[in-house]
Ligand binder design. Structure first.
Ligand SMILES: [Zn+2]
Length: 273
């Protein structure tokens, strides 16, 4: 089973046009929650989820889930959830967040093309305001999905101009009525580009932390060496976590990871914070 790297790249590059800003180091984007760019990013994502046959739902804080029910799976089995976020810090990188969201979608498309049928439904997830750049609270959307904060608490948060999250989401059409509850998930997998230096300073190419959301959280850093290692492991198959649950190809992916000299797990990403 292979992912279509060109298709994934096209998705990430198309996404990067929304909120694009000039930066000397390469392409960058500013996508604050509730901005016009955020609306465009979300609308495109929903369109791409629907095009792949996923059914889309949106919760009160704008978290988006696309659900794929593989043909032979038990539709009532706890789903494997995979995804990340789209909001960015000002002048953020184009992969921070979108790699995880579009990588998750691409892993589903790859399984569909290969006619792999996992035992569980797959949910492709985009959380709202994970960077906290507009409302000052990081991992906001996932904190509502995991029950650490109520939707109304999140919705009443205001930005620097005193405008609430509720008002912003209504304006861009993403104040949904569905419920997204992470307690219903079998597991959570996130492919994520880390813009910080934590992994680099620990000489780690990959960090795997436990229980950040419900199960595993994978962080890749952006240093050239680590990025190259990561590319070999994860762009070969960004759905490695999904495959693990699908029980198909995991050993192969792991062998490739070992061959490429990436120690897995490198270290607990939550260590030393
Ligand atoms: Zn991020």
């Amino acid at each position: 089973m292979n992912v279509d790297a060109a298709r994934l790249r096209a998705d990430i590059e198309a996404n990067a046009q929304f909120g694009a800003v000039d930066a000397s180091e390469g392409p960058a984007r500013t996508v604050l929650t509730g901005s016009d760019a955020d609306k465009q990013v979300r609308e495109r994502f929903v369109e791409r989820l629907s095009a792949a046959g996923l059914s889309v739902r949106v919760d009160a804080v704008g978290n988006i889930v696309g659900r794929w029910i593989p043909p032979s799976c038990d539709p009532d089995a706890a789903p494997v959830a995979v995804g990340s976020h789209f909001d960015s810090v000002p002048r953020g990188g184009i992969f921070d967040g979108p790699l995880g969201t579009y990588g998750a979608l691409e892993s589903v498309r790859a399984m569909q093309a290969a006619e792999v049928s996992p035992a569980r439904p797959i949910e492709v997830v985009c959380f709202t305001e994970e960077e906290g750049a507009r409302f000052g609270v990081g991992t906001l959307g996932s904190s509502v999905a995991t029950g650490q904060r109520t939707a109304s608490e999140a919705l009443s948060l205001t930005d620097d101009e005193g405008v609430s999250l509720a008002t912003h989401l209504e304006r861009i059409g993403f104040a949904g009525e569905d419920t997204i509850d992470a307690a219903h998930w079998d597991s959570w997998v996130e492919l994520h580009i880390e813009q910080g230096t934590k992994l680099t300073s620990n000489d780690a190419g990959v960090g795997i932390g436990n229980s950040l959301h419900t199960n595993n959280h994978v962080v890749l850093d952006g240093s050239e060496m680590a990025a190259e290692k990561a590319r070999r492991v994860f762009t070969t198959d960004p759905g490695m976590g999904v495959i693990r649950h699908a029980d198909a190809g995991y050993e192969e992916a792991l062998a490739e990871a070992n061959e490429s000299d990436v120690p897995i797990p490198m270290r607990d990403a939550t260590e030393g914070e």
